[in-house]
Ligand binder design. Structure first.
Ligand code: PLP
Length: 464
């Protein structure tokens, strides 16, 4: 493709995107299509000869948008949001054009230095202690994996990377049942094993019970196992559970354990000081992950892992073969030495654009609106006698169900989602099927939240 053609089509793509975003409210949030229907429209083999962009673009318009679930739709209340602020989209386009590999300072000086500064900016915005460092990962899953690998190597005095794990003591990692499946997967990948991820019971508020954590560690020590670390959560995925971070940190410190806090979704809200009690004690953790690619509006992927002291993680993951040496500069930061992949995207630019274009004040306003509207939605649904609130709002997430039971609740969410006016997802809570509602997309308005509640209540009244 010639640069002139790129210029023409890039303009077309931007115009298309603007029209798409303006028209989102008129689309069903989730498409009503059968699995396989998209693949059936694509040829089985790639083209031998070049095709005109006109044809390719027309096929995109004909095949793709109607077969997408629209995450930027103002009535998307499912999972957690994955927002893409316009300023951040612009930065992504510029990054795509430069297409740099950001593994070393030398391969991308501006990317490395802006990444360092953006980690500092975000730490300040979240009220974290001065002096923390960190990096931008692709996902919270990777950040949690890096933290668990660090727990492993630290507990083994860095013998695992050299000798492997056979013959090593049984390593133990502690987390509550409200933690995300990425913790399980990290234990698999790290060679620690599912059976050595110890699930600590929760208190009535669904936060991890520190006394139970203490007992589990003592039992493991008595059995000759090797406790390695604790993963706590602020804003668990199912119902938004928050562990008591300060109390857990005290237990971890007493036993010399590394502590990682997963605030992938809820962390964004901590730009508002009034929400920070939810993670009181955060200054005590060793590692913390917050995903600006969820609520804050940096389009995927952009997951910031903060580290009180990066030395242990770098010692676990840095590997510097001859061909990656930067001659004469051994003191510079090479972020690939802090994580698993070598190649890295220039993710900091979208954070730079986003934080400047919206300002912390603009982002705080958005988060506060969402939290307020989630409470409003909770009240609207609670006011209907057919419903009961299963869990109260944590920030902008709450869960509810029909008093009529699991089957009726399941039928209700299927009807709402099939209707296309809103999209929500479900979870199991204390053995019961509940609907999750999380408010959080950037173009959502109070009217959208009311419309979704109307659709939910109307579907519950509908015969059948
Ligand atoms: C979304 C989420 C994750 C996973 O995030 P990825 O960036 O998709 O890996 C982990 N933990 C919590 C609490 C989450 O909400």
């Amino acid at each position: 493709m010639r640069i002139e053609d790129y210029q023409h089509w890039a303009r077309r793509a931007v115009d298309w995107t603007a029209d798409y975003l303006r028209g989102l409210r008129a689309r069903p949030v989730r498409p009503d299509i059968a699995p396989g229907s998209v693949a059936a429209r694509l040829p089985a083999a790639p083209p031998e000869e070049p095709e005109p962009l006109e044809t390719i673009f027309a096929d995109f318009e004909a095949i793709v948008p109607d077969a997408m679930t629209h995450w930027q739709h103002p009535r998307f209340f499912a999972y957690f949001p994955a927002n893409a602020h316009r300023a951040s989209m612009l930065a992504e386009h510029l990054v795509a054009g430069m297409a740099a590999q950001c593994m070393l300072w030398q391969t991308s000086p501006a990317a490395t230095e802006i990444e360092g500064r953006m980690v500092e900016w975000l730490a300040a915005a979240l009220g974290l202690p001065r002096g923390w460092s960190g990096l931008i990962q692709d996902s919270a899953s990777t950040a949690t994996l890096c933290a668990i690998l660090t727990m492993r190597e630290r507990a083994l005095d860095w013998a695992g990377n050299r000798q492997g794990l056979s013959g090593a003591p049984r390593l133990r990692i502690y987390a509550s049942a409200q933690n995300h499946s990425s913790v399980d997967k990290a234990c698999w990948i790290a060679g620690i094993g599912q059976e050595n991820l110890v699930r600590i019971p929760t208190r009535p508020d669904f936060g991890m019970d520190p006394a139970a954590l203490e007992r589990a560690i003592a039992a493991d020590l008595a059995a000759g196992h090797l406790p390695a670390g604790v993963v706590a959560v602020t804003g668990g995925t199912a119902i938004g559970a928050c562990d008591p971070v300060a109390e857990i940190a005290a237990v971890a410190r007493r036993h010399g354990l590394y502590l990682h806090l997963d605030a992938a979704w809820a962390g964004a809200a901590m730009i508002c000081p009034e929400f920070r009690p939810l993670w009181a004690g955060v200054e005590e953790v060793d590692s913390l992950v917050v995903n600006p690619h969820k609520w804050l509006g940096a389009n995927f992927d952009c997951s910031v892992q903060f580290l009180k002291d990066p030395a242990a993680q770098i010692r676990t993951l840095a590997l510097r073969p001859d061909y990656l040496q930067t001659l004469g500069r051994s003191e510079i930061v090479n972020y690939s030495e802090w994580t698993v992949p070598l190649g890295r995207r220039f993710r900091a630019l979208k954070l730079w654009f986003l934080l400047r274009a919206e300002g912390l004040s603009g982002l705080r306003r958005m988060i506060r609106d969402h939290v307020r509207w989630a409470r409003m939605a909770r009240d609207l649904i609670a006011a209907d006698p057919a419903f009961e609130i299963a869990t109260e709002p944590t920030l902008a997430l709450f869960t509810f169900r029909l008093r009529a039971g699991d089957a009726a609740t399941r039928a209700l969410i299927e009807a709402v989602n099939a209707g296309g006016r809103a999209f929500l997802t479900q979870t199991m809570h204390e053995g019961r099927f509940v609907i999750r509602m999380t408010v959080g997309t950037i173009d959502c308005t109070e009217a959208d939240v009311r419309a979704a509640c109307d659709a939910i209540i109307a579907a519950a009244r509908a015969p059948g």
